[in-house]
Design a protein around this ligand. Structure first.
Ligand SMILES: [Zn+2]
Length: 423
């Protein structure tokens, strides 16, 4: 043992569970990294925390959120509740966005996400002649200002088409030279979806970045651009760097068709994100009863090896007039809508807001010696219980520094006694 190792650790979080069914461990932290994980670890530490048997995991990963257009319900009207209306209403509002306005709304959402245990997110930011670079400038500031708690990557996003508006392409190109981390497209709003897909890939190749498409938002399996995305991914050798979001028409397919598509996605290294809150809100508006759910069966795809995630998408706007940026809630919503009951499926759902979502973003996600000490505590015995019970998020650390603390619930009995209660 060297002299340096005899010095006290910076932090030890005692009595936490890291794997289902195993005895609690103590996690010791030095210089922002996990230095030891052992049962009843004897050590001195500058800061010591009682983990009370909570589940410790590496935090939630939101693979798909739109910080720039969050919290604009007061500027939009929702009459139809359709995708077309949401795009139209948001485009109108977007033209009036100012940098400080975007910053204020986005920071509120990011702070809620932090308190809900999110440690990493991919945010889309619309860059086009209406938004200019104002939203982009604001979200770059957010990325920097909240790096103490959450790693944010910025996807420069063409929400309203490319081929009919070539200025957008040049603006996205400029953003990728100026701090955007990846490129996002939306073929279904473009008059020439195939050219749109190719233009997005051309930018990805030029800047050597990943691609994320909003894809196939309908209930009609015949209306699909998935074959073109698969072909382009293989042609350009972009396997492992392509994600697709929504793909709600998969909800209209039978198991055999889903399995066939799953195999193609797995072979092509294309990840899939479901956005249950939005997919449920916008789909099936022509039905006045037995409304289709419109949520792609991510768990079926995961079973065949597709990298899948569940994400927030929108918060309080015409795409989703609800939201609190809680991935714990979103995981539970998906499991409920997908009618899942078995532990294996529910464990996969927990991964879709954690380990699998991180894999989609090409980032590590694990608690072991040598890894960054980014740790979130959940009031649950394991991930399956967390999803079933919408577990309370207790506290979190990023790189060894505590980034939030939600306190402990208190039951106030009528006799006036104040009890701290371990629920
Ligand atoms: Zn989206």
């Amino acid at each position: 043992m060297t002299a340096a190792n005899d010095e006290p650790f910076d932090l030890v979080i005692r009595n936490v569970r890291v794997a289902s069914g195993e005895a609690p461990v103590d996690i010791a932290v030095r210089s922002g990294r996990i230095a030891a994980m052992e049962n009843n670890f004897r050590c001195d530490a500058i800061d010591e925390v009682d983990g009370r048997g909570y589940l410790a995991f590496p935090g939630f990963v939101d693979s798909h959120i739109h910080l720039d257009k969050a919290c604009i319900l007061d500027r939009c009207s929702i009459c139809e509740g359709t995708l077309a209306e949401a795009v139209r209403e948001t485009a109108k509002a977007k033209a009036t966005f100012q940098e400080n306005d975007v910053y204020a709304r986005a920071s509120g959402v990011v702070e809620r996400a932090i308190a809900h245990g999110t440690v990493r997110m991919r945010t889309f930011v619309e860059i086009d002649p209406r938004a200019g670079f104002r939203s982009f400038a604001a979200i770059k500031r957010i990325r920097e200002d909240y790096a103490f708690a959450v790693d944010i990557e910025i996807c420069a996003f063409a929400q309203e088409g490319l081929t009919q508006e070539p200025e957008t392409l040049a603006m996205l190109d400029a953003a990728l030279s100026d701090g955007a981390d990846l490129i996002g497209g939306c073929p279904y709003v473009d008059p020439d979806p195939e050219a749109h897909i190719e233009a997005i890939f051309a930018l990805a190749i030029k800047h050597d970045v990943a691609v994320d498409f909003h894809l196939d938002f309908s209930l009609d399996p015949a209306l699909t651009h998935l074959p073109q995305v698969i072909t382009a991914t293989r042609k350009h050798g972009w396997q492992g760097r392509v994600a697709i979001g929504h793909v709600t028409n998969l909800s209209a397919l039978g198991v055999a068709d889903i399995d066939e598509i799953a195999d193609q996605l797995a072979e092509s290294g294309i990840a899939l994100t479901v956005l249950p809150a939005t997919d449920l809100f916008l789909n099936g508006r022509s039905h006045d009863r037995l409304v289709p759910r419109g949520v792609a069966p991510a768990h079926r795809l995961a079973r065949r090896g597709v990298v899948t995630s569940i994400a927030t998408n929108n918060v309080l706007n015409p795409f989703t007039p609800y939201g609190d940026a809680s991935l714990m809630r979103m995981a539970n919503l998906y499991a409920n809508v997908a009618q899942l009951a078995g532990d294996e499926d529910i464990a996969e759902v927990f991964a879709m807001v954690g380990a699998s979502a991180a894999r989609q973003l090409g980032k590590p996600h694990g608690l072991s010696v040598g890894q960054p000490a980014t740790i979130v505590l959940l009031d649950a015995k394991d991930g399956v219980s967390a999803v079933r019970e919408v577990a309370r998020v207790v506290a979190g650390w990023k790189d060894g520094r505590q980034s939030f603390d939600n306190g402990r619930p208190r039951i106030l009995r009528p006799n006036g006694r104040i009890e701290r209660h371990d629920i």
